[in-house]
Design a protein around this ligand. Structure first.
Ligand SMILES: [Zn+2]
Length: 336
């Protein structure tokens, strides 16, 4: 059982003692991956924090939302897994058919090698997609660290997304992450050139450690069409910095379920970050000596949000906005 939900008594205790009084009634998760078994090749299962699973479908999601946030009204922005080995077409189709745009809101995986703009636009329109989810791997460069945002988002797709006023869920590339000057320039030019497009900077530009975020929001914070999603941010110092620098209505609660449900935590060490997990994972250092009892990345994230909120003296209205209202407003602007 890789899911660290409140089904386990130790997590229920965390929920009751630390999270229950903090979390608002309604929770909208702006960053959730869903995939049907048919889209996942049997020889390449999903890797959620070192745990292999053959699918993560809407039944899994609904169960996990219930078990993660007991007593809360939950909803989610959903998209597929942007892995070049999975079937993007089947995954998009599955997300589209299962999202009702009332509780589950669909974004469409986008591959820049798709060659027919009219067909893509038709697919977006007929599928009721509220935006797109590009990814660096779809650029298919031999060195994924050399990918640029502009290569993930050719002009023709931006024209479509702009015409429809939709969302781009942007996971930025490059080793320097939020601090990378090419990323900084291209985020700014993307927002300025396409003011109708709502750009969501996933994982706050992957700035999981303090040095990556400090100073690097200064040129971005005044962009009116840029939002920040909190998925997988477990570091309260990063969150405290974000909350005190960017406009508060631009902050979106988000998790990266299903990975966020795995046991682990993201930690900062010497101006870098790593994940620490209970079992080996290609992105982590793992607890080979079995010394630790883990909870989920997701609960660690809420703990960090709560700590940052407390230190800054932010009230209930801030918490309600971040966990629900800011995202709901953005979805409305995108045409829900
Ligand atoms: Zn993600």
């Amino acid at each position: 059982m890789w899911r660290e939900t409140a089904k386990h008594e130790r997590n229920m205790r965390i929920f009751r003692e630390e999270l229950d009084a903090f979390l608002p009634e309604r929770i909208l998760d702006f960053h959730v991956h869903v995939i049907n078994r048919e889209a996942v090749p049997a020889e390449r299962p999903l890797d959620t924090g070192g745990h292999r699973i053959g699918k993560y479908d809407f039944d899994d999601l609904d169960q996990d939302l219930r078990d993660t946030y007991p007593g809360r009204e939950t909803s989610a922005v959903c998209f597929g897994f942007p892995d070049i080995h999975y079937s993007m077409v089947a995954n998009n189709r599955y997300v589209q058919t299962r999202c009702d745009r009332r509780r589950h809101f669909p974004l469409r995986l986008f591959d820049p090698s798709e060659s027919d703009p009219a067909a893509v636009e038709k697919d977006i329109a007929e599928g009721g997609f509220l935006g797109i989810k590009p990814y660096l791997d779809y650029v298919r460069k031999s060195d994924p660290n050399s990918v640029e945002i502009a290569e993930m988002l050719p002009d023709w797709i931006m024209e479509i997304v702009a015409r429809r006023g939709l969302i781009v869920m942007l996971h930025i590339p490059r080793r320097g992450r939020l601090a990378d000057p090419i990323n900084q320039d291209q985020i700014i030019s993307l927002c300025r050139r396409w003011p109708e497009v709502k750009i969501v900077l996933a994982h706050v530009g992957r700035a999981y450690f303090l040095k990556n975020v400090v100073g690097n929001l200064d040129k971005l914070k005044s962009l009116p069409n840029l939002w920040y999603d909190l998925a997988m941010l477990n570091n309260w110092e990063v969150l405290e910095h974000l909350f005190s620098v960017v406009p508060r209505e631009k902050i979106l609660y988000a998790t990266d379920i299903p990975i966020a449900l795995a046991p682990g935590k993201s930690v900062e060490i010497n101006d870098q970050y790593t994940y620490v997990t209970s079992v080996p994972w290609h992105l982590s250092i793992s607890d080979d000596h079995r010394k630790l009892v883990f909870t989920s990345f997701l609960y660690e994230e809420i703990r960090a949000i709560r700590k940052a909120v407390g230190r800054l003296g932010l009230g209930d209205s801030f918490v309600e906005s971040v966990f629900h209202d800011n995202g709901a407003k953005l979805l409305k602007e995108a045409g829900v």
